[in-house]
Design a protein around this ligand. Structure first.
Ligand SMILES: [Mn+2]
Length: 331
């Protein structure tokens, strides 16, 4: 639940602004873009004379370029007196990549509103609408819009449904609560164009992505500890023509091998090795596994990053034929 005092305060801050800058995290995903474009358009509808800026240090992923407003996103926002900020889907202030360049937004001098669903959000804004039980930031934006009676147009609903879909892996992840389905129903009634999202986000893959995934799948090996493990080197990225972001989603296939306790993809990137861990089991905590490598995350999805390179290693094991290998036994 969103505290009613936060709803009122949000309304006051935006009403008193001369300009609103909406900001999402670096390397934005569907939830970051969906909530950024969604809240921007909601504010513009509620306050027709308000200037709204959509800011992110990185561009939207191509899969989200179809969303209304995506082309308005910019990365060169300059602060002006009277600006207020709405910061979306950022579990930490530094994920905006603007703490150094725009200190006034993070030192309490400018009214800021953070809307987020990450568990360890340190409440860095003036108003913090942080609901860790929400599966996506877009879900919280829908609740806020309804509490403020801001109208949700079909374009806005399409942006927000994108975030709900991407942060739940198409309503398949374990965070898909009854509240998620209620939000989906609400957005579809508002005219969200579901088939457009399915087509662009889930049924479109670049050739380079498919080639990279092919290398990931080909290299899966199963360990005695019950892990399905694959690894991609800088060379794999180069040969497939894929960038790092295109690895997203491949882990769900590695994690699909039946009977495994966990899955892991190791990927080389610029002098470090990134590990993505997943499990489908309730008795395995991949966050604890990631913590051993100074990483973190959730029980069922976690990651870590280490300085270094991947070194290929082929393991051979000699198996005795039958039980008559007497020669091999110590006497
Ligand atoms: Mn999110």
């Amino acid at each position: 639940m969103i505290a009613i005092a936060d709803v009122r305060r949000t309304e006051e801050i935006i009403r008193s602004a001369s300009r609103v800058v909406c900001i999402c995290h670096r390397n934005p995903d569907g939830d970051a873009i969906g909530s950024l474009l969604g809240i921007g358009a909601l504010i513009e509808h509620a306050f027709p004379n308000m200037e709204v800026i959509l800011q992110c240090v990185d561009p939207a992923p191509e899969t989200c370029a179809f969303l209304p407003g995506a082309l308005r996103m910019r990365s060169n926002y300059a602060y002006r007196d009277g600006d207020v900020a709405v910061i979306l889907d950022c579990g930490e202030a530094k994920l905006t990549e603007m703490v150094e360049s725009h200190p006034m937004l993070f030192h309490g001098s400018v009214p800021t509103i953070a809307i987020d669903h990450h568990q360890h959000n340190p409440h860095f804004a003036a108003v913090n609408i942080v609901l860790p039980e929400a599966a996506s930031t877009c879900e919280i934006v829908v609740m806020l819009a309804d509490l403020l009676q801001w109208s949700i147009t079909p374009d806005i609903a399409t942006c927000l449904l994108t975030g709900v879909y991407t942060d739940t892996g198409g309503l398949l992840h374990s965070n898909t609560t009854p509240s998620v389905y209620r939000t989906v129903a609400r957005l579809m009634r508002c005219g969200a164009r579901r088939e457009e999202i399915v087509k662009h986000v889930f049924r479109t893959a670049k050739l380079s992505t498919l080639k990279l995934w092919g290398r990931v799948l080909e290299k899966i090996s199963l360990t005695e500890e019950g892990g399905a493990i694959s690894a991609v080197t800088e060379g794999d990225f180069r040969v497939s023509g894929a960038d790092y972001s295109e690895l997203t989603g491949a882990i769900d296939y590695v994690n699909a091998v039946p009977g495994m306790r966990f899955s892991l993809i190791l990927s080389e990137r610029e002098g470090s090795v990134k590990g993505s861990l997943r499990t489908l089991r309730d008795d395995v905590d991949v966050a604890a596994m990631a913590a051993k490598f100074s990483g973190g995350g959730h029980r069922k999805a976690a990651g870590f990053s280490l300085r270094g390179k991947l070194k290929p290693e082929i393991r051979w094991k000699v198996e005795q034929e039958g039980d008559d290998g007497a020669d091999a036994r110590p006497t």
